[in-house]
Design a protein around this ligand. Structure first.
Ligand code: AMP
Ligand code: GLY
Length: 428
């Protein structure tokens, strides 16, 4: 089968890399891709929201399966576009329709969904600009830290945690009145702060049945010791020591199954990934958020641990045939480090020549913001590369990843040296 992956990040490189290993995969395309996806697939110069162009490309190239990487095209209705076109509707797709994607696209929608289905989550109330005075009164009744969330998509920046009521009041005015996140903050959720340790859980579902992929922990802050501003992700590890079988069973029973049953009950035909952001509070899981896609950089840590034929699982999910399918998981550990441009997540320069590619030994190098210019690979974004090391232990996987990272250089390169360190001696 010919497969089209939509996106241009490290996640899409890792997905294409894994799918390429399947005997079911004939040609694989990535739109628009990057210099790394070009090593495992054919890049296609089409934007992720160019549904017409992507549809035409699928027909011309006999694409049988489309795997949508980022949330944007899902929230914008790429599945609906394909399903409503007689020529395209037979093409299998991994990714929910517009309604299912609201689990990620609207934090108010997903909160209401969790409440309807008794899924454990933080208490929250939502407000629009005309409710500003009620929102300020409500903040006066909240114990800090206070979590403020823009309802819509805000490129991972829409959550602000305030340490005082005064700060929260200033932030909510900024969001509702000054439209800090544009239309995304037309509605804001004021949420209870959950104090715990985070875990990313990935589910592949056909809408009725599901498999749970290897779990991961993401490191979101730019600075070592989890300090400084949030980023798209500075690293990931898999497996996660505190996600032992009994904790994962709790997540399955209290969160994953009720989520899939809830989608079913509401008649939402969901074929794709659900990434559940979980907070572990003293052994009890709570949902922080849903995403309608895989995580980045978690995918770069998760894919190397899947032993099963991933394309077979994706086809089964897209066809509604996941029942009785199992996923085989490699017991080895992976550690992924994001190599970023100096200044990220603020302003940064691009176009720097990357040296040392090809010297990574056994580690896997997934490209995110890169582009090829003749014989050079140049930086082309904030997050540039994700290096995944693998080993029998977390410590072996870290050593492999960091040894490979040490071979790579460009002007301004930065990465965290402490990815996975907190879990090395973690006591459950
Ligand atoms: P999100 O954009 O929903 O992924 O949130 C970004 C980050 O904010 C999460 O990964 C958490 O670290 C943090 N966060 C979100 N909601 C809460 C909450 N209710 N309590 C504590 N931290 C939170
Ligand atoms: N790593 C978090 C995300 O992909 O949203």
């Amino acid at each position: 089968m010919n497969i089209l992956v939509i996106g241009n990040g490290g996640r899409e490189h890792a997905l294409a890399w894994k799918m390429k290993q399947s005997p079911l995969c004939q040609k694989i395309f990535v739109a628009p891709g990057n210099a790394g996806t070009a090593l495992v697939a054919e890049n296609v110069d089409l934007g992720v929201n160019d549904f017409e162009g992507l549809g035409k490309f699928c027909l011309e190239n006999s694409v049988g399966l489309v795997v949508v990487g980022p949330e944007g095209p899902l929230v914008n209705g790429i599945r609906d576009y394909f399903e409503n076109d007689t020529a395209l509707k037979g093409i299998l797709m991994i990714g929910p329709g517009k309604i299912g994607a609201q689990l990620e696209g609207s934090k108010d929608y997903s909160k209401q969904f969790m409440l309807r289905h008794n899924i454990p989550t933080a208490k929250a109330k939502s407000f629009i600009v005309s409710d500003l005075s009620q929102a300020l009164d409500y903040i006066s009744s909240c114990k800090p830290p206070i979590v403020l969330k823009a309802d819509g998509l805000a490129a991972g920046k829409g959550v602000i945690i305030s340490l005082s009521q005064g700060e929260a009041k200033a932030v909510i005015k900024e969001m509702l009145v000054n439209k800090r996140f544009g239309a995304a903050s037309a509605k804001v959720l004021i949420e209870e702060f959950l104090n715990g340790i985070e875990l990313s859980v990935f589910v592949l579902t056909d809408g009725k049945d599901y498999v749970i992929l290897p779990e991961a922990k993401d490191y979101k802050r730019i600075g070592e010791g989890d300090t400084g501003p949030n980023t798209g992700g500075m690293g990931a590890v898999s497996p996660v020591v505190f996600a032992d079988p009994s904790f994962m069973q709790k997540i399955d029973k209290l969160i994953v199954k009720p989520t899939i049953d809830g989608l079913n009950r509401e008649g939402i035909d969901y074929k794709g990934f659900i990434f559940v952001g979980i907070m572990n509070m003293g052994g009890n899981p709570f949902v922080i958020e849903y995403n309608a896609r895989m995580g980045d950089p978690e995918t770069q840590a998760v894919m190397p641990r899947i032993k099963s034929d991933f394309v077979e699982l994706l086809i089964a999910a897209a066809k509604g045939e996941l029942k009785n399918k199992q996923i085989q998981i490699d017991e080895n550990c992976t550690v992924t480090i994001a190599l970023v441009s100096g200044g990220y997540p603020g302003e940064y320069e691009t176009g720097k020549v990357i040296e040392g590619l090809g010297e990574e030994g056994q580690a896997m190098v997934f490209h995110a913001g890169t582009t090829r210019q003749k014989e050079h690979v140049l930086t082309h974004g904030g997050r540039v590369l994700a290096i995944s090391g693998k080993g029998k232990s977390l410590s072996e996987a870290r050593d492999q990843a960091y040894a490979a990272a040490a071979q790579i250089s460009w002007e301004g390169l930065y990465y965290r040296k402490d990815i996975g360190q907190d879990l090395l001696n973690y006591k459950v």
